[in-house]
Design a protein around this ligand. Structure first.
Ligand SMILES: O=C(O)CCC(=O)C(=O)O
Ligand SMILES: [Fe+2]
Length: 359
């Protein structure tokens, strides 16, 4: 695997410029233009390839032939698996509206394999789950950057410390006309350590940086901004110091106005005392942004005539000292990891980010 590695993936000056104190104070860090020209090219090609594979599986599979009942799943609705409907589920991430509830989780945790009909991958190997949700299993470049590449491991270590686990890595390719995502945050693991409810009314900020944390890093090889077709990410510097997993497990409907009149109203930055305010990011091609993942964030609409906005989400977290001992943690699709071991492909570096918190 390291044979095909692109060693000069990141610009060393941009990697070295990381300022831990600023990241802890603001809750986010922009890696401005961090990809080298070759890095941008490889990253774009892999995102395109994963999207093509995902699209092909969607339309080539006879979704009606799969035995859902035997797996304790509900079948997709008949009108959602017609060729016309499936054709409209291509071209970007979060488009697979044909999936019945539970199918995505089932594939991730167990893998959808025979006996009996399974999804069809022509010319490449079906990995039991869709490429969009676990691109590492389908693309060696993404596998490398997500588990092993020294420059990427250095980047994640700057954010999270020496030991970090892969929480989830998925594509976020925003299609023309994508509605983005309304204001929300995320919890650490399944929320068992959160002390605030999902609204966090009346909570006070604390500068004590919580040890158990998850950090999302988004890489945009083609850049991202409101002026460049939309689908731009907005964050709130300092809002992570409230540690409120805002609406993480409920419906999110708030645009800026509603959010400003609600949760944001009266909230101040714990370090400066200044009112918190929304920061809409604008990133040039080859940039990444990392942010503490319980900081509320928002993704704007993408213009109907804009091209796809390419993106890879890489979420990593610190290990949880209270987690039950386990071979793999919950972000690792165990069926895939076991196959990697059988094929003698699971390296110590991969194991480090995939093994259980207290394995
Ligand atoms: O699509 C994006 O750019 C970011 C999506 C998001 O909300 C997230 O990463 O949690
Ligand atoms: Fe999010």
């Amino acid at each position: 695997m390291t044979a095909g590695r692109l060693h000069e993936l990141l610009r060393v000056d941009v990697l070295a410029a990381f300022d831990r104190a600023s990241f802890e104070r603001q809750g986010y860090w922009v890696w401005d233009g961090i990809l080298t020209a070759a890095g941008r090219q490889r990253w774009s090609a892999s995102l395109q390839r994963i999207q093509d594979m995902n699209d092909a599986i969607v339309v080539d599979t006879d979704w009606g032939a799969i035995d859902y009942d035997r797996r304790g799943l509900v079948a997709p609705e008949a009108e959602k698996i017609t060729p016309e409907f499936l054709a409209a589920c291509r071209g970007g991430s979060e488009q697979m509206r044909f999936q019945p509830p539970g199918l995505r989780d089932y594939m991730y945790h167990h893998g959808l394999f025979g006996p009996g009909p399974t999804p069809v991958a022509e010319g490449f190997e079906w990995q039991g789950m869709m490429p969009e949700y676990f691109p590492l299993a389908y693309d060696d470049f993404i596998l490398d950057i997500a588990t092993s590449h020294p420059q990427m491991m250095e980047l994640f270590a700057k954010l999270l410390g020496r030991r970090f686990l892969l929480d989830h890595v998925l594509t976020l390719n925003r299609t023309p006309g994508s509605a983005g995502r309304r204001w929300h945050g995320h919890s650490y693991r399944q929320g068992q350590h959160e002390t605030q409810n999902t609204i966090g009314k009346g909570s006070t900020p604390s500068t004590e940086f919580f040890r158990q944390q998850c950090v999302r890093t988004l890489c945009y090889p083609g850049g991202m901004s409101a002026g460049d077709g939309g689908g731009e990410l907005a964050v709130i510097p300092g809002a992570h110091l409230y540690r409120v997993p805002y609406l993480w497990d409920t419906t999110r409907t708030e645009y800026d106005q509603g959010f400003q009149a609600g949760w944001l109203q009266g909230k101040i930055h714990a370090c400066t005392g200044e009112p918190l305010c929304i920061e809409r990011l604008s990133l040039r091609p080859g940039s990444m942004v990392s942010f503490v993942h319980h900081m509320p964030h928002h993704v704007g609409h993408r213009d109907a005539d804009a091209p796809t906005r390419w993106g890879l989400l890489m979420a990593y977290r610190t290990p949880d000292p209270t987690a039950e001992p386990a071979r793999w943690h919950e972000g690792t699709p165990a069926h895939w990891a076991e196959r990697m071991i059988m094929a003698d492909r699971l390296t110590p570096s991969m194991n480090r980010v995939l093994a259980g918190d207290n394995s």
